[in-house]
Design a protein around this ligand. Structure first.
Ligand code: NAD
Ligand code: DAO
Ligand code: ZN
Ligand code: ZN
Length: 370
């Protein structure tokens, strides 16, 4: 057992509390990781708010990390002590029906226990004063040390700075992957991106990489527009400046609608706008944002009858163990930058400030340095 400084979420709606917790050694097939850095994603805030039906309490949140293997459990062969790794909330076992389907990245091997905040054997590795603390999304990166199943680790090039590539553990991979893998945007396409946080801005990078002809960036916070333009947005639109539904505005601006749209907020009304701004006959809308528990989407079915397509994506459709190392290589080769996203860095002690900055719309990503 080792001691670890961690930010514990004791319950929904409460600030995180910095504690010294006990971390149990990795069991068979598990790995102890020393976390070097972790981004703070909107999904952490969503779970902390209490809106996430899978929230378990108390828990150690965080799922956008980068770290170094400290110890391996029995039978672990794919990583060794000293390897640099990115934790995966979507594991890749390579054996389950989902992994072998060739159709999805949603490995289900440890889905049930991960959703309950537990390791695959049904127990936790975190304790405080003898009481268990739950894992989060199989990652729990808001702790100096964390334990993950081997299938939840992508081994990456050691020359990549973990303080930056941690963002590939969620936000940047999700946004870029949604555009490049899920939608497969092509050169010259017109795209609309709703919500310009870490996910939406990464979707802009993906659209620019794909050679999209026009990239419409939509947000109600105009402070996001400058970076959106720098990354490749051609039009920045604030829906509050119009007195008609934003989908009508976009359809007019784009000669009938966009080829692809992406909802990067988690707002079911915006999801409808994103679908309905798509071009009749072929436009496709991809839902990335996670809506609150129990919320539902709606549109007139005729929108789909007339050729629009509604779909969704998790982790940008990326298979973490086999594909994420290549994305890190692309970053190292200068195909995209990560530093633009890191608006704030701070020690774990100040992690609540990262949540405040996100809620105030001041940050793109805060990265916690351990
Ligand atoms: P964020 O809070 O940093 O960004 C959200 C942006 O949406 C902000 O810029 C905000 O101003 C804008 N916004 C809010 N309401 C709006 C509205 N009505 N119209 C236009 N813009 C509006 O969040 P993020 O970290 O970028 O995450 C975005 C969403 O993606 C969240 O719901 C998160 O849970 C989800 N997510 C999904 C996946 C996945 O795999 N599907 C992965 C990571 C995050
Ligand atoms: O396989 O049923 C499943 C769950 C997969 C989890 C994918 C989560 C994607 C959305 C959550 C946002 C992640 C930060
Ligand atoms: Zn995330
Ligand atoms: Zn699998």
């Amino acid at each position: 057992m080792i001691k670890s400084k961690a930010a514990v979420a004791w319950g929904p709606g409460q600030p995180l509390s910095i504690e010294e917790v006990d971390v149990m050694p990795p069991k068979a097939g598990e790995v102890l990781v020393r976390v070097i850095a972790s981004g703070v994603c909107h999904t952490d805030a969503f779970t902390l708010s209490g809106d996430d039906p899978e929230g378990n309490w108390p828990a150690i949140l965080g799922h956008e990390g980068g770290g170094i293997v400290e110890q391996v459990g029995e039978g672990v062969t794919s990583v060794q002590v000293g390897d640099h790794v990115i934790p995966l909330y979507t594991p890749e076992c390579g054996e389950c029906k989902f992994c072998t389907s060739g159709k999805t990245n949603l490995c289900q091997k440890i889905r049930e226990t991960q959703g309950k905040g537990l390791m695959p054997d049904g127990t936790t590795r975190f304790y405080k004063d003898g009481e268990p603390i739950y894992h989060y999304m199989g990652c729990s990166t808001f702790s100096e040390y964390t334990v993950l199943p081997e299938i939840s680790l992508a081994k990456v090039n050691k020359s990549a700075p973990l303080e930056e590539v941690c963002l590939l553990g969620c936000g940047v991979t999700t946004g870029m992957g949604a555009v490049l893998n899920t939608a497969k945007v092509q050169k010259g396409d017109t795209v609309a991106i709703f919500g310009l946080g870490g996910i939406g801005l990464s979707a802009i990078i993906g659209a620019a990489m794909a050679g999209a002809g026009r990239i419409l960036a939509i947000d109600i916070n105009e402070k996001k527009f400058e970076l959106a333009k720098q990354l490749g947005a051609t039009d920045c639109i604030n829906p509050k400046n119009y007195d008609k539904p934003i989908q009508e505005v976009i359809v007019e601006l784009t000669d009938g609608g966009v080829d692809y749209s992406f909802e990067c907020i988690g707002n079911v009304d915006v999801m409808r706008s994103a679908l309905e701004c798509c071009h009749k006959g072929w436009g496709e809308s991809v839902i990335i944002g996670v809506a609150g528990a129990g919320q539902e989407i709606s549109t007139r079915p005729f929108q789909l009858v007339t050729g629009r397509v509604w779909r969704g994506t998790a982790f940008g459709g990326v298979k973490g163990r086999s594909e994420l190392p290549g994305i890190v290589e692309d970053y190292l080769a200068g195909k995209f930058k990560l530093s633009d996203f890191i608006t704030h860095t701070m020690p774990l002690d100040d992690i609540n400030e990262a949540f405040d900055l996100m809620h105030e719309g001041e940050s793109i990503r805060s990265v916690i340095h351990f």
